[in-house]
Each structure stands twice: as C-alpha cells, then as structure tokens.
Design a binder for this molecule. Structure first.
Ligand SMILES: C[S@@+](CC[C@H](N)C(=O)[O-])C[C@H]1O[C@@H](n2cnc3c(N)ncnc32)[C@H](O)[C@@H]1O
Length: 512
C-alpha cells in the first residue's frame, strides 16, 4: 500500500518531548474534553497534532486537547506532524485549520443516524419503534438504541445538542425526507436560526395533528354518505313529542316563528298561535314549554339549537337576550351563542339604528350534562396548504411561528345568505313558505354537534331545510309542523333527498 505524504511525515513522539507552542499558550481556554477522551480511548489517536519541531522539542500549534487527553490517559507517545511555520503565522494557520463550516442541523441528524446505526434500516412503524418516536412525551423512551446511545452519539460527534434534542432532530430529518424541496418551511426556519429544534419539532407535531383532523373529517363525510337514513314527519304541534322515544335525539335544531313577525298559515293545531303572543314574556314562556318537552327526548350529551331573530315592533325588544336568560333559568346551560350574519338582508325601516342583519343561534345543553359531542367544523383556509407562517399570537407578541393548514376552523360568526328559493324550487315551484331557512346554516350545526347515524329533530320544520341537511350528511330526521302544506311539501323534498342519496350511492359503487 502506498503511504500518503501525510503519513510519511507523521512522527510518533514521546510526550516528554512535546510542549504547547508559546503563541498558542496565550489563548488557551479550558475546553470540553470528554468526547475526545472517549474517542482516543476507544479508537486511539486518529489525527496527528500539528506543530513545529525545534531542536528536538515539538511545539503544538493545533491539537492541545488531544495532547492534554494523552497526558491524562497516561499515553507515552503522540502522533505529530511538523508543519514548520513561523511564529507570526501560528495563529493564522491555527484559525484556518480550525475553520470548519457550521454543521447544519440535518447534517447533525445524518451523522447521528450513522453513529446510531439506524440509517436506512427500516421505515414507518418499525422505524418509530427503533427511535422511540411514538412516545416523545416520555423523556426516558428512546426506542431500541436507548438513551445512552443517543448521549454517546452527542459526545462522539461533539454535537451542541442534548440527547432528547437529537432524537427530535432525527424525526425532523425524517420529515424532511418525506417533504422534498422543503415546501412546508420547517427546516428553512431551523437552518436560518428563526427558531430552535424544539420549535421545529412542535411544528411537525402540529402538522401531524392537523393531518389527523383532516383524516377524521374525510372519514365522517364517507360515513355520512354511506349511512342508512330515514325521516318521520308529524303534522302537529311540537308541544307533544310523545311519538318518539326518550333519549333518542342527538340534537333539536329549529327556527321557531319569531315574535310578532310573520303570520303563518294553518296555525290551528296548537292551543296558542306561536309567535303571535301578546307580550315578549308570553312568547318566551311558550318557547320554554316546547323545549321542556325536548329535554327527555335528547341523548344525555345532546344539544338544543335555537335560531332566533330580533323583533323591533315598538322598538328593540331584547327577544334574543331574554331567550338566553330564560333558557338558563329553565334548566339549560348555554354552550355558545353564534351570530348568523345575513349577506342578502332585505331593506327595512330602521330609524335610529342600523339595518339589522343578524340572528343569534343559541346552542344549549342540559344543566349538569357532560361534555357535548363536538366536531370542529373546518373550511378551506386562505393559505390553502401546510406551511410555516409567522404567528400573530398576542402571547408571543406576534413573533412566533405556526403551522398553517389547507383547512381552518370556522368562527362563531357565520356569514351566509338567507334562504334562496332555488333551494327547493325543483320540488314544487308553486310552493310558498313565509320564512324558510337555508340548508347551509343548518349544516354547520349538523356537522358540529352530531355524527352520521344520529337522529336530529326540527320542532318547527317548515320547508324541511334542517332535515335535508341532516339526511344529506347521514343523520336521520324528525320534524313537526302544524301547517299541513309545509308537511306535504317537506315530505316530497325529503323523499327526493333520499332518492338522490341512493343514486349517489349506486354511482359510488359503480365507480368503485
Ligand atoms: C320560521 S318557520 C321554520 C322554517 C324552517 N326552519 C325552514 O327551513 O323552512 C316556523 C314554522 O313553525 C311552524 N309552527 C308554528 N307553530 C308550531 C307549533 N306549535 N308546532 C310545530 N310547528 C309550528 C310554522 O307553521 C312554520 O312553518
């Protein structure tokens, strides 16, 4: 074998003939020695120390730590390379030889994988086991290599990170491998020093959580399409809910006749004409009677959703606020009050006030009931993809970073149009209803507060928009209305809905 030039020049000198160069001695600082000590003990001296040979004494210019370790370990000799430089050049040469490019985080992770012996060994679940990636919260779980080996790797490679950080770094590298081109931007921020490993790791976890949520939504939508659904309508007052079983309804959602606003037809099936009461108090008291009956029909973690608008007859009446208070006083606990802002509100007289364009949608559960079933409803986000974005959090003063996702949570201000006739004109173009609700507004609550297979009730069913929304999403429906024409129209509309569902199912099975 041909010896390299370097090897030929390297001499094995006695420790006693070696000293630190006086120029270097001026700058010597205590240094971390244990990783070099470990390597020298295990593998011997790999690299020669550099210096000048002057009259039989070797003056080290580069390699002081190796020299100190050799003395500590009691070694008798050290490999030395005479580079024969002038005193005035010692510091310059030393600087040049020490000048290494700063190791990028991914480099660190790659070297560590090699050292841990886990490079390219396996993928997915197997690799998770190997690295202990599943249980990052447990600081002691480091997978098969064990914490010691991570610590050792940090020492051996002289990494400026702890074992737990190294483990996260390896997970970040794995993420990078699945994210070619660094499109999501986690590594960019890390390598640009915008944040540290812990934050980068947190961003990955954020992405994984959001992907999981996305998966759950897709799964629920599939289940919604496949579920067997049915509906029942009752042409009578919903003060009487005796036709249905107790504990069977996940959600009652309805828009009752608003106080003193519209005159509905066929309002004879009830002891009073609801909405035409003489005072707000009477109106609210009657509302509470309807919802009293709903209590025992609800599942224990079910909800009552009331879509209610204001009345300005004789000035502001505070109907919505009074409704909230009455619910609280009648055994309900308000979960939230959402605002439905209408984009196509009709002009109406509004002296001394702005044109009103909102309704409140009150969600309540029974007092003392457990946590309600809730699916956070998402819509396509403005960012439209997974991406690290500068945060605007008040906590971090706007300087944090967060993971944007293709979808984001909707807020409790729902901005959408009021009902448009096109929603049901294909069923019967001649049908008229005084105050139909749009399917869209129901859908938000159907998705949020119920799952496919559940049953949803609408105590003032009208044109049936609520139950259309339920059936389309794989929930069964129950509806009440005193108006026979509404019930007849609603029957046609819901039958059509079921037919379309069946056709869609056939279409899906053919496509599959
Ligand atoms: C605001 S509308 C509901 C509209 C419905 N959300 C839709 O999408 O078409 C109120 C409905 O309540 C009905 N109604 C009035 N009093 C009732 C009662 N005691 N029981 C059941 N329905 C009643 C009316 O006939 C009317 O159709």
């Amino acid at each position: 074998m041909v010896q390299s030039y370097l090897e030929k020049q390297v001499q094995e000198l006695s420790i006693e003939d070696i000293q630190i160069h006086p120029e270097v001695l001026k700058f010597i600082k205590p240094k971390k020695m244990d990783h070099i000590e470990y390597t020298m003990k295990r593998f011997g001296q790999q690299m020669p120390v550099l210096g000048n040979m002057v009259d039989g004494t070797f003056f080290i210019t580069d390699g002081v730590v190796r020299y100190e370790v050799a003395k500590k370990l009691g070694l008798e000799t050290l490999k030395c390379l005479d580079i024969n430089i002038h005193n005035e050049d010692v510091i310059r040469v030393r600087m040049t030889s020490n000048q290494r490019t700063k190791m990028s985080y991914i480099e660190m992770a790659s070297y560590a994988e090699h050292t841990l012996g886990i490079i390219g060994t396996s993928q997915g679940k197997q690799r998770n086991d190997l690295l202990g990636m599943e249980i990052f919260e447990e600081d002691e779980n480091f997978g098969l290599p064990g914490k010691d080996r991570y610590e050792l790797t940090c020492h051996l490679l002289d990494l400026p990170v702890k074992a737990s950080t190294l483990r996260k770094l390896i997970e970040i590298k794995r993420f990078e491998e699945e994210n070619p081109g660094n499109k999501i931007g986690i590594l960019k921020g890390l390598d640009e020093g915008i944040y540290k490993v812990d934050k980068a790791f947190q961003l990955i976890k954020e992405k994984q959580k959001k992907e999981l949520e996305l998966g759950e939504i897709i799964q629920r939508t599939r289940e919604g399409r496949a579920a067997d659904v049915s509906y029942r309508l009752f042409n009578k007052s919903s003060l009487d809910l005796s036709d249905i079983s107790d504990n069977s309804v996940r959600m009652f959602i309805q828009s009752p006749p608003f106080y003193q606003l519209r005159q509905y037809r066929n309002q004879t099936g009830c002891e009073f004409i609801h909405g035409q009461e003489g005072t707000v108090k009477e109106y609210i008291d009657n509302e509470m009677r309807f919802y009293e009956g709903a209590k025992k029909k609800l599942l224990p973690n079910g909800v009552l959703v009331v879509m209610i608008g204001e009345t300005y007859r004789g000035g502001y009446q505070g109907v919505c606020t009074k409704m909230e208070v009455a619910l609280e006083e009648n055994g309900w606990e308000i979960v939230d009050v959402n605002i439905f802002a209408k984009t196509n509100q009709k002009a109406a007289p509004h002296e001394g006030r702005f044109l009103n364009s909102y309704e409140r949608i009150i969600v309540a559960k029974l007092k003392g009931a457990g946590t309600v079933l809730f699916n956070d409803v998402k819509r396509p986000s403005s960012i439209g993809e997974f991406k690290v974005i500068p945060g605007s959090s008040r906590v971090t003063g706007g300087c944090g970073n967060s993971m944007a996702s293709p979808i984001s949570s909707i807020t409790n201000v729902l901005t959408t149009s009021v009902f448009q006739k096109s929603e049901y004109s294909k069923i019967d173009d001649d049908f008229y209803h005084q105050a139909p609700t749009s399917v869209d507004i129901y859908s938000v609550f159907v998705e949020a507060y119920s799952n496919p297979g559940d049953t949803i009730g609408d105590m003032f069913v009208g044109t049936g928009s609520g139950l259309v929304s339920a059936l389309e999403r794989g929930r069964s429906g129950l509806g009440w209305d005193v108006d026979i024409e509404s019930i007849e129209f609603c029957t046609d509309r819901l039958d059509n809905c079921l037919k379309e569902r069946e056709q869609a199912k056939i279409g899906l099975s053919i496509a599959a």
